[in-house]
Ligand binder design. Structure first.
Ligand code: DX5
Ligand code: ZN
Length: 219
């Protein structure tokens, strides 16, 4: 079976002890997922560069970041995130009239770049961009909050993307974000997802290492 990557989302972590929370999954996870929300693109406000950059500077944490920008101005605020070649910044297709320019602006930071779409957005719009992207993040829920139920329609989107990526021969990863747990992960991986982003199924559990192992066993 192919290797599946895991990105625990700190949205479900205890922010008063964020360093310790992330240390618990460091070395076990492939990315730490950072959900950035601006109260405009989604009806919620979370964290921005200040917190992400503090986390990035913690020397005891080695896991790369996947920074999910649910904001209306990724070209303005994306460059404020401190990132290296191993980190990933993901923006939403709905907020830009020139996605190639947005990709180039973020890529100038020296990081990897991904794109995401809300569940109702036209998936074919992003097909021509696949060779310029390291990841496509498929939302399993309406973006904005953790702990929502997975919408099975996302499986069609994952499968369509997998076919298109294979047809074009790009090595774009497919991540799925929202509603991932022991009951939903198997279908997402079977449909073609490479990376599982999970908040409540990891940081909502008392033992985060066991929570990641439990997800792995459920594939
Ligand atoms: C939702 C965020 C997700 C969220 C997932 O808008 O993008 O990353 O943290 O949370 P769970 O895994 O609890 O659905
Ligand atoms: Zn996310």
């Amino acid at each position: 079976m192919k290797e599946v990557s895991f990105a625990p989302s700190i949205l479900s972590a205890d922010f008063s002890r964020l360093k310790e929370e992330v240390e618990e999954v460091d070395g076990e996870a492939d990315y730490i997922h950072v959900d950035v929300m601006d109260g405009h693109f989604v009806p919620n406000i979370t964290i921005g560069p200040l917190v992400s950059n503090s986390l990035k500077r913690v020397e005891s944490i080695d896991t790369p970041l996947s920074i999910h920008l649910m904001i209306t101005d990724p070209e303005e605020y994306g460059p404020e995130f401190e990132v290296g070649p191993e980190d990933l910044i993901i923006f939403h297709s709905e907020v830009t009239d020139d996605p190639e320019r947005t990709i180039a602006t973020l890529r100038d930071q020296g990081c990897q770049v991904g794109i995401s779409q809300k569940p109702a957005s036209d998936r074919e719009e992003i097909f021509p961009l696949l060779d310029k992207l390291d990841e496509v993040l498929v939302m399993g829920v309406e973006p904005g909050f953790g702990g929502q139920d997975f919408t099975p329609e996302a499986l069609d989107r994952i499968a369509a993307l997998r076919r298109e990526i294979d047809k074009r021969g790009t090595d774009t990863a497919i991540a799925v974000d929202g509603g991932m747990n022991e009951s939903t992960i198997g279908d997402a991986v079977a449909a073609g997802a490479d990376t599982i982003i999970a908040g409540s199924a990891v940081f909502g559990k008392p033992d985060r290492v066991e929570a990641l192992e439990s997800l792995r066993r459920s594939i």
